[in-house]
Design a protein around this ligand. Structure first.
Ligand SMILES: Cc1ncc(COP(=O)(O)O)c(C=O)c1O
Length: 413
């Protein structure tokens, strides 16, 4: 099958980096480019134009507008750090918290700004009142840092960690059944992803949350990938703790995530580090962890404004449609399996058959793609097969997928 891009991709002209102009850092004053004008969209980011970028899911990409906004905030702080941090920060955080809460669909009183999901998960697990012989139930493909935080909390309390096998190819409803079959009278907490990192599996968090609430079990949702692709990702979500990343799909500067805690747990929350804010109420308790860089959090509303300006929900529909086309294309070209033929988010997982690259070679192949072919993608072996995880954010197009396939086929081994 030949890939016929519905959306034309820009020619990469020469090897020169694109010049950052003043207008590109102030785009919200002008009409946005059309979502099919990929070249104009790419010019709004700081991406290396010589590279095919298909791993947005790990570390995101920051638009130039957001970088400029962050610099503006930093300049202001540098000009008078005492005034900005001592007297004005509280009100800046207040405004930021309200904007982020509205975006996520939650009440601002429950939202703490944290550096990343890893920190938020640690804070929850350090604060959760586990006792000896309690149980925490998780799927075994939970993100490793979150899994380890659960493990440490369980060993400290002499509680039991039940890590339920949810193999890669298992349909998500079966994963839920497996998980619930392990929830019993000793279970105090269940932790799942909203969108899993390697399988891009989307968990039915609303249904699972309701079931757990009925059984009196607390629920922590690692929603790292949800903000952005999923509108108001925490709205009406029956859970006790929710953590979402703003530096992945929202395009905030790296170091920006949100932790939401349900009212009944707020008084028992402890901040990730002990600072002079100790003793403050949650969520302000999390606002000051010693002198640190507050600009990623304060610039996050500008990332939300940028996405809205660029297209809002329409932007995500286009990105998901590129992901579906990519699924079809790679399935027809290589004949491998695709994990979810109709993805709800712009992230897909497809099998890389042995004839293309052997599973045990995929680590080296990913590095070769990055070093030589200038393609960024996630490649990994799982249960004896090879897999690729590809993200199709707003600046990716169908031709990028074809370039990825051609490059991987050319891997010399
Ligand atoms: C599901 C999930 N949880 C947590 C994380 C960790 O995110 P961070 O590095 O922002 O802490 C990731 C990162 O990719 C992830 O995919």
């Amino acid at each position: 099958m030949r890939l016929r891009p519905a959306v034309p991709c820009p020619r990469r002209v020469g090897r020169q980096r694109q010049v950052v102009t003043a207008t590109r850092t102030q785009p919200l004053n002008s009409p946005p480019p059309g979502l099919t004008d990929i070249e104009a969209i790419r010019a709004l980011y700081r991406l290396d134009p010589d590279v095919v970028h298909l791993n947005h899911g790990s570390y995101g990409a920051v638009p130039q507008f957001v970088v400029a906004e962050r610099r503006r905030i930093e300049d202001r702080i540098d000009a008078n750090s005492n005034r900005e941090l001592r007297y004005l920060l509280e009100s800046e955080f207040h405004t930021t918290r309200h904007t982020l809460a509205a975006f996520c669909g939650i009440d601002p009183g429950g939202l703490a700004m944290v550096e990343n999901v890893t920190t938020g998960a640690s804070a929850v697990l350090e604060s959760f009142p586990l006792r000896a012989s309690d149980q925490v139930v998780v799927p075994d493909d939970l993100y490793p840092s979150v899994h380890m935080a659960v493990q440490r909390a369980c060993s400290r309390a002499d509680a039991e960690l039940v890590s339920v096998p949810t193999p890669f190819l298992t349909p998500v409803n079966e994963c839920v059944d497996r998980l619930l079959s392990k929830v019993g009278s000793r279970t105090r907490l269940v932790v799942t992803d909203h969108i899993s990192t390697m399988s891009a599996r989307v968990w039915p968090v609303h249904e699972l949350g309701s079931t757990l609430a009925d059984r009196g079990v607390a629920y922590l949702v690692d929603a790292s990938h949800a903000p952005g692709p999923i509108e108001h990702p925490a709205k009406d979500l029956p859970c006790d703790f929710w953590i979402g990343s703003f530096h992945k799909w929202v395009g905030a500067p790296r170091g920006s995530a949100g932790l939401w805690v349900a009212p009944q747990w707020r008084s028992s929350m402890q901040s990730p580090v002990i600072s002079h804010a100790n003793g403050w109420n949650y969520p302000q308790l999390f606002d000051w962890s010693g002198t640190h860089d507050v600009t990623p959090a304060l610039a996050t509303p500008s990332a939300i404004a940028f996405l809205e300006w660029l297209g809002g929900s329409v932007l995500w529909q286009r990105s998901v449609s590129v992901a579906r086309t990519a699924n079809d294309f790679l399935h027809h070209r290589w004949g491998g399996r695709v994990l979810d033929p109709s993805p709800a988010i712009p992230m897909i997982v497809v099998e890389v058959p042995e004839a293309v690259v052997a599973p045990e070679q995929l680590g080296n192949a990913a590095r070769w793609l990055s070093d030589v072919a200038k393609v960024e993608a996630v490649l990994f072996p799982m249960y004896g097969s090879g897999w690729a995880r590809l993200s199709t954010p707003v600046y990716a197009c169908e031709a990028d997928i074809a370039k990825f396939a051609e490059a991987l086929e050319a891997y010399p081994g």
